[in-house]
Design a protein around this ligand. Sequence first.
Ligand code: SF4
Length: 322
Amino acid sequence: MKVGIPRGLLFYHYYPMWKVFLEGVGAEVVTSPPTSKEILDLGTKSSHDDVCLPVKIFFGHTVHLAEKNVDFLFIPRIVAVEREAYTCPKFLGLPDVVRNTLEDLPPIIDATVNVKKRDKSPLKAAIEVGKLLGAPMGKIKSAYKDACETLWTYRGLMLKGLTPDEAIEVIFNGKKLEKKQVNTDIKIGVIGHPYNVYDRFSTLDMLGKLKELGAEVITEEMIRQEDIEHHAQFLPKRLFWSYERDIVGAAFYLIHKKKVDGIINVVSFECGPDSLISELIQSEARRNGDFPLMVITLDEHTGEAGLQTRLEAFVDMLKRRK
Ligand code: SF4
């Protein structure tokens, strides 16, 4: 049984966990390749104009996988991952929007995870998926345990400075990858949703460009969750969205502790949550002695030359300040 996982949105948060679980219950996992112009074109043609770039890219990956004749598409409905908050509304309706927008799709595995409801816990969702794929209960529970352990390994590797792609290589291909030591005194925090920060195509390889300019990059995934939680509490009111609260907490941590020389906040055009949290991050930067901050807004028309110029100017400015 082939199960396709589109390489977009929450792929960057959970892919190793999902893969270990699905293989543990007997499925063969197929993923779409890294985002490319063809995948973006597939996504923009098949989605509405007014959705954010990451959702368009997700649509492109979904269409690509559907053309590969997989038996199922794995698009879980992630509603809440903590009791006090929800995820972006786009995640709540993702399987429905995909199903009702795209044609000729294989069946979608859309188990719901909502930790606010007992019958929608991650384990319950895993049991639902395992049963659908015909696995016995013992196998489902053991696959779930392995999947949870893999998620912690994945997060531990990123905490040490690996990108999601590098961590995935270490976990599944046994590669010995370590964070390369960068000989530089310029550190830049690149803060935003991982599906923006780490998608080399949509960011025009921003992380690679910054390294070429001699900057060391710190991302949210390299910051301990305790530090993120602690600094998110400086918000006057608790944020309603989990992943966005983490982004704000990570940015506040870098600003308050002066862990970096400047921050690049990567946001998506047409993203409601990003437009709110970006304001919060900018205002915190202003309150902390005009901490250097640059906002880069991504859409399908972001141009390479413009981005390169802005990155060069930002890095030059940070070097002059030093
Ligand atoms: S948080 Fe923003 S970028 Fe992410 S899916 Fe929601 S609208 Fe799109």
